[in-house]
Design a protein around this ligand. Structure first.
Ligand code: KG4
Ligand code: ZN
Length: 328
């Protein structure tokens, strides 16, 4: 089965063709047009600007990705920016109509989880997945394919969002994650709080940590590297400690990591060391369409198709909830 996947939920226009043969995946193409340079000017994503960019890029990107005939179209239908999602979804509908091929509407976060299947390793259930993206921080339990149960999530900022906001406070540019990561040096010289690290649930909170950085920075303007180091260590400490606690409680066989913050080398090292978790390859951590194709494959196996006439976006689609396309 050959799958064309399209992803436009935020600020990357992406298309990929994945071939599934005998239960193994080969990625025939994985094309991404990043809008980072454009959004760096405004210090964050302006939804209308992002959507216009998607409109301009989507056809050339899909054209570049296409490798012969495909059997299925997978498209991110939510969660994400409504106007960005619409570009990918409408393109997928047009192609499905012309080619007479089925469509699967993929949840973006399910894509981040399924990035872990792209390198064909054996993954055993039950699974605990830590999703850390720009908009979400969630601990998800999976007893079987596509069966997502959120056992913890952030009460305010997501981990990626905290990286981006702290980078803004420190005037380091957008996106903040890589900017902060490259300034991390040695051991902590500052002690920042580790919000909710000892709470009796699996929820997170990062906005207090961001405020602690704001106040510390006001009085110590020159300690940029020290602040980056202590901030990143605090975030990783909370993420790994809570994941460990959840893995123990739910007696899972596998721990997975997904989402843009999974590109952080220190987090990758620590979760590998402490939880025996093999993070996905770097290129599949931040937004891409190959991960949407992987999730789409398992959806197709379960015949979870959506006719193009009924397909629309679901900008607030929560993982584990039923897909509810916006009514026309
Ligand atoms: O998954 P993603 O590409 O987009 C969303 O679905 O939101 O995640 C983007 C997030 C941004 O907040 C970015 O700052 C963060 O991932 N990120 C990182 C790193 N690379 C990207 N955070 C920490 N360290 C990194 N190396
Ligand atoms: Zn993402």
């Amino acid at each position: 089965m050959k799958i064309l996947a399209i992803e436009t939920s935020c600020d990357e226009t992406a298309a990929s063709v994945l071939e599934a043969k005998g239960g193994r995946f080969s990625i025939l193409s994985n094309i991404i047009a990043s809008q980072i340079k454009i959004h760096a000017k405004t210090g964050g994503v302006v939804p209308e600007v992002a959507a216009r960019e998607h409109v301009e890029k989507i056809i050339p990107i899909v054209k570049k990705a296409i490798k012969g005939k495909v059997d299925l179209i997978a498209v991110t239908a939510g969660p994400g920016l409504a106007t960005s999602l619409s570009v990918g979804v409408e393109t997928a509908k047009a192609l499905a109509y012309i080619w007479k091929k089925p469509i699967v509407a993929v949840n973006h976060l399910a894509g981040h989880v399924y990035a872990n299947w792209l390198d064909n390793r054996k993954i055993e259930f039950p699974i605990l997945c830590l999703i850390v993206s720009g908009g979400h921080t969630e601990l998800v339990l999976m007893k079987k394919h596509l069966d997502f149960k959120i056992i913890g999530s952030t009460r305010d900022d997501a981990a990626g969002e905290a990286f981006d906001k702290v980078a803004k406070i420190l005037k380091l540019g957008y996106p903040g994650g890589p900017e902060i990561a490259k300034r991390v040096k040695g051991k902590d010289k500052i002690k920042f709080p580790r919000p909710m690290i000892k709470s009796n649930d699996f929820d997170f909170s990062f906005s207090g940590l961001k405020t602690a950085v704001l106040y510390y920075h006001k009085d110590h303007k020159k300690q940029i590297n020290e602040i980056c180091t202590a901030f990143q260590n605090a975030v990783i400490d909370v993420l790994v400690t809570k994941t460990k606690k959840a893995a123990r409680k739910y007696k899972v066989k596998t721990v997975l990591l997904g989402g843009g913050v999974a590109a952080n080398q220190a987090l990758r090292n620590k979760i590998k060391q402490e939880l025996n978790c093999n993070p996905p390859q770097m290129k599949y951590t931040t937004d891409n369409a190959a991960m949407i194709a992987a999730a789409g494959y398992f959806m197709a196996k379960q015949k979870q198709f959506t006719p193009w006439q009924k397909l629309d976006i679901d900008p607030n689609w929560e993982l584990g909830q039923k897909f509810k396309p916006l009514p026309r």
